[in-house]
Design a binder for this molecule. Structure first.
Ligand code: ADP
Length: 315
């Protein structure tokens, strides 16, 4: 459909109405930056800067033919210098591109030009749970239930596709305009084959003990991370945080953490199950969702965006 609009022939030489100029291919003298996907004949207007990661800078990109706003991950080819950088990006694209679920950041498309690789993603306008935690310090149990249920739903889908995320953390739990959790950043993810043990790459924040002791990553490592996330949301800091990486790793290896007494009994019980040192003892996602923490407390149907900065009062 956009072809028609972009290539719309002018019926007269004076056909430069504002709407048709907006839809014309890029002009470079108006101070705005355009990105053209030649494979689809689509032009995006580069907008607000949203954040930066390892290689990428992420901007709002507006598709000029539909007006739809995406989050565009822009990776300069000049930064892809080593073969393993290229492999990492290729793997992220390969694993993420076919995932379609309400609680997973939607991957729409990717393309490249001479300068960059572009990944067109669902825009998560409420940023991530890191931003929420910065304002809030701790969350109420109903909120934690609300966010974790969606994390569990999305993760069940991802695991069903035989993919381990391997870097779940508050910053990779993005939030859409209406406060729906979207799992994102598949940069450290891996596809699990029957008996594969995949080795460490990167430094995931919530690294599980079996990964540290080099026994490899299974789906259970994502449940460990979910335990760390749950702890952090309720307590306001990660369970194994110390001032040095070595000390943190030592605490993880010895399963040394303390849950404050003011955390409810069901919440403490679920955290302990998720943080079981032996991966085989951790619950499955179905068991997580059947735990008392989810079944015995209030579960909001939705949360207002005001929850990003102040605690809700549940009537
Ligand atoms: P990297 O994989 O290189 O670490 P990320 O995927 O973490 O890059 O993205 C970097 C930053 O860009 C994020 O921390 C976030 O602020 C922003 N961002 C990434 N994806 C989205 C998105 N889908 N919607 C909104 N902002 C995003």
């Amino acid at each position: 459909p956009h072809h028609q609009i972009v290539q719309q022939p002018s019926s007269s030489a004076l056909a430069t109405t504002p709407s048709s100029t907006l839809l014309l291919p890029p002009v470079h003298d108006d101070g705005l930056q355009y990105i053209v996907d030649r494979s689809k004949n689509t032009t995006y207007l580069k907008g607000r800067f949203l954040g930066k990661g390892g290689f990428a800078r992420v901007h709002e990109l507006t598709d000029l033919t539909t007006g739809h706003v995406y989050a565009g991950k822009i990776i300069p080819k000049s930064r892809i210098t080593k073969p393993h950088h290229k492999e990492k990006i290729a793997r992220e694209i390969e694993l993420h591109r076919n995932l379609v679920h309400l609680n997973v950041v939607r991957f729409y498309h990717c393309f490249e030009d001479s300068e960059n690789v572009y990944i067109i993603l669902e825009n998560c306008s409420k940023k991530s749970l890191v931003h929420v935690m910065k304002h809030r310090k701790t969350l109420t149990e109903p909120e934690v239930r609300f966010y974790l249920r969606q994390l569990a739903d999305g993760l069940r889908y991802v695991h069903g596709a035989r993919i381990v995320h391997r870097d779940l953390k508050l910053g990779n739990m993005f939030l859409s305009e209406n406060m729906t959790v979207k799992i994102g950043d598949f940069g450290l993810a891996a596809r699990l084959h029957a008996e594969s043990k995949v080795t460490i790459c990167g430094t995931p924040n919530y690294i599980a003990p079996e990964v540290l002791s080099r026994q490899g990553h299974g789906y259970e490592a994502d449940l460990w991370a979910m335990g760390c996330i749950m702890y952090a949301m309720l307590v306001g800091q990660p369970p194994f945080e110390t001032s040095t990486l070595a000390e943190t790793y030592s605490r993880i290896a010895h399963n040394m953490y303390v849950i404050p007494q003011w955390v409810s009994r069901p919440a403490r019980s679920l955290i302990r199950q998720l943080l079981a040192p032996d991966p085989a003892h951790r619950p499955t996602l179905d068991q997580v969702l059947k735990h008392d923490f989810f079944t015995s407390g209030f579960m909001p149907v939705s949360l207002p965006p005001s929850c990003c900065s102040k605690a809700p009062t549940f009537a």
